[in-house]
Design a protein. Structure first.
Length: 241
């Protein structure tokens, strides 16, 4: 696989330009890692705020879009200038496909959420074992870890019944009181302390990989930290609704 820090700067062999080359490598690496980090956070929000509403109305269309994401990701992977974005998009494709399956046909049962979302873990692990697709597959595993923590919180605080109710309502007006009741049920010492501990866990797991200069760890960290953003937006939106 091509090195993501490769650039035209490497073309200068002369010693006076070697320092410039080093600086160019470093700047490109920093810019690329931060872009990957931001893109990972953004892509974590897409299935929740874009795919979930789409799949309720047009589940087959959502599932069919997986093929489009797959074609685009491989197209980007085959270009030296964009392979890292194709790699990241490939991992996003895994989340889109598994999310489409769950939100389209199984969203009424929260206990199936994590198993369905994790259906392509063997594929991700195979890629990683082959030394391929590190950016996208670590993004997928990061988003899956965030999903596991969030689902664990729902189970620990007894919010699963509200999930089932919410998935069966037909309009926004009927969903508002369910959201508000769920927030009230979680607004207990146990619920608040559990949320604080799990948020600290997500923050620690998300920030720790950023010590590395490797792009796939930044994608993993962004996916994990993106979970905090998504959960926070839900907490804000529910009472406001």
């Amino acid at each position: 696989m091509l090195n993501y820090s490769r650039s035209a700067c490497t073309a200068a062999p002369a010693e006076p330009e070697s320092r410039f080359t080093t600086l160019c490598f470093g700047k490109l690496r920093i810019n690329t890692t931060w872009l990957a980090f931001g893109a990972a956070i953004l892509l974590v929000t897409v299935p929740v705020f874009v795919q979930a509403p789409l799949v309720r109305e047009l589940p087959l269309l959502s599932l069919a879009m997986t093929a489009g994401w797959l074609v685009l990701s491989f197209n980007l992977l085959n270009r030296p200038a964009t392979w890292q974005w194709g790699d990241l998009l490939l991992g996003f494709t895994w989340t889109w496909f598994t999310g489409g399956l769950y939100w389209g046909w199984m969203r009424w049962e929260p206990l199936l959420h994590l198993p369905v979302e994790a259906a392509l873990v063997p594929v991700a692990l195979w890629y990683l074992q082959q030394g391929k697709g590190k950016i996208g597959n670590w993004f997928y595993l990061g988003s899956l870890f965030g999903t596991a923590v969030t689902d664990g919180y729902f189970w620990m605080t007894g919010l699963m019944p509200y999930w089932r109710q919410l998935m069966r309502v037909a309009d926004v007006e009927a969903a508002i009181p369910i959201f508000q009741n769920a927030i009230a049920a979680a607004n207990t010492p146990w619920g608040i302390s559990s949320a604080a501990v799990l948020a600290l866990v997500l923050t620690a797991i998300g920030v720790w990989p950023l010590r590395s200069q490797q792009l796939h760890w930044w994608a993993f960290g962004g996916a994990v930290l993106g979970t905090i953003l998504v959960d926070s937006l839900f907490l804000v939106a529910a009472p406001a609704g």
